[in-house]
Ligand binder design. Structure first.
Ligand code: CMC
Length: 431
């Protein structure tokens, strides 16, 4: 028998029975949809206890620190698969066969060039524009190139959107960097892997080819896997909400990027390095820990804490290991920032404030150190996150539109403004 919950009211109004749904895993969900018809809304700012959709893509167990894509633990995917397989998995629900993977990789490679006119879009920005601003602008501008004739309710059209986005976003990202640097744009090279091609577009110049180091390319590919999806976070929910009205998908992904940019979300990796730079030396860790605990100070330990993980973020563990591998490959084993980050983690994890609030390092804590070691500047860190998360955004957008029951997103509110009042003509108003 299906479990239900009964709402009773202190004023004697009739009780309301609500069904309880149970997914494959996770917290049971009370289906509150009947409430609207009965004259009640629920109030949950920040969606701390609200499920906004059904999804079969990603599962997080925040208490145990588990992350699954389509049922596969993140550790297995990070160490045994590559990003192309993971993109296919997120989009199609199954890992590809060798032939399916080859066809997918071919399609991605052949969609990686940008429309020639897109160069003009880049050139419209000022040189010093933050690369995330450029990413958002250029991705939004893609909606102008791909709009007429697109039917978002046709599965094949949605597949083309997905392939274009996964293929072109690395080019947009690398060109945002090149534009900042004042260097010529470098075109994608189809014989390279996804990560190698990105490194090529970032670091080659017309005068000199960049030979990607295989350890670094593998590390980058793994970072892409770790960031590929994370269920209904702020940016993914933004993509879904924007897309729920039937809007152009490229514009929806640009909206997701805007949401990701904030320092509490994808902007945290950039903020971690700023914090470590400011700290400068392990001797100043206690001072920063003290500030993070001080409620009169808005400072937070960046790269620590998570809305869902109340245990170690499983991605942080993998990324710390990857950090060792990258620093080893570059002969930077004694990198002072890495030492400082490890010491900061050790001290925070022994501190009652962080223990009692279940604040652990998240995925962003170590990624910046890897990026910097690879020569990627901190202004590009959130761009790297956006590049990887594009797969998840587009998979979630596709899942929503494939569901014939999907509705436009339209939250309600608890109105606390003035009650109805009379209009006062301007000459009669007093301050
Ligand atoms: N440093 C110090 N105190 C913290 C931190 C932190 N990084 N994070 C949370 N707290 C405290 C917070 O002050 C609150 O304390 P109290 O109960 O005494 O008021 C308690 O822990 C709960 O915090 P919250 O803000 O209610 O939790 P939340 O779920 O709303 O916020 C978060 C989650 C990620 C926004 C927050 O932990 C944070 O600001 N972290 C730093 C930014 C960061 O690293 N973001 C990256 C998230 S992972 C990448 C991604 O998925 O985007």
């Amino acid at each position: 028998m299906k479990k239900t919950v009964t709402l009773t009211f202190s004023d004697g109004s009739p009780p309301i029975e609500l069904p309880i749904e149970q997914g494959t895993y996770g917290t049971p969900v009370i289906d509150i949809r009947p409430l609207g018809a009965k004259g009640y809304f629920t109030h949950d700012p920040g969606f701390t206890a609200t499920s906004s959709c059904t999804s079969a893509i990603t599962y997080i167990d925040g208490e145990q620190g588990l992350l699954y894509y389509r049922g596969y633990p993140i550790e297995e995917l990070a160490y045994k698969a590559d990003h192309m397989e993971v993109c296919y998995l997120l989009l199609h629900g199954e890992l590809p066969t060798a032939a399916q993977k080859q066809a997918f990789v071919d399609s991605i490679s052949h969609h990686s060039m940008l429309h020639d006119q897109m160069e003009n879009v880049f050139r419209g920005f000022r040189r010093s524009a933050h690369p995330m601003a450029v990413m958002i602008g250029v991705t939004g501008a893609m909606s102008a190139f791909y709009h007429e004739g697109m039917d978002i309710f046709d599965a094949r059209h949605r597949e083309i959107v997905a392939h274009r986005l996964i293929a072109k976003i690395p080019t947009v990202a690398a060109w945002a960097y090149k534009f900042n640097e004042g260097q010529p744009f470098i075109y994608p090279r189809n014989r390279l892997s996804y990560a190698e091609n990105f490194m090529h577009m970032m670091f080659s110049t017309p005068c000199e080819d960049y030979e990607p180091n295989p350890v670094l390319a593998r590390a980058l590919d793994r970072i892409f896997i770790l960031h590929a999806d994370h269920e209904q976070n702020a940016s993914t929910s933004t993509v879904r909400l924007a897309g729920s009205s039937g809007a152009n998908p490229y514009a929806c992904i640009a909206a997701g990027m805007a949401s990701l940019w904030g320092p509490l979300h994808g902007g945290a990796n950039e903020a971690v390095l700023k914090m470590l730079d400011e700290m400068g030396d392990v001797s100043r860790i206690p001072e920063f820990i003290k500030r993070a605990k001080d409620k009169s100070d808005s400072f937070r330990l960046m790269g620590f804490g998570h809305r869902v993980y109340k245990n170690m973020d499983p991605r942080a563990r993998i990324i710390r290991q990857t950090c060792y591998e990258v620093l080893d490959a570059l002969d930077l084993r004694d990198d002072p920032q890495f030492r400082m980050a490890m010491e900061l983690e050790r001290i925070a994890l022994e501190d009652e404030y962080f223990i009692s609030r279940k604040l652990y390092p998240n995925v962003d804590f170590y990624s910046g150190i890897i990026f910097r070691a690879m020569g990627i500047p901190s202004s590009m860190f959130t761009v790297m996150f956006a590049l990887a998360r594009t797969a998840g955004w587009v998979a979630q957008w596709n899942e929503m539109l494939a569901d014939p029951a999907h509705k436009i997103g339209r939250p309600r509110q608890l109105y606390t403004g003035p009650a109805r009042r009379e209009f006062v003509p301007i000459g009669e108003r007093t301050a």
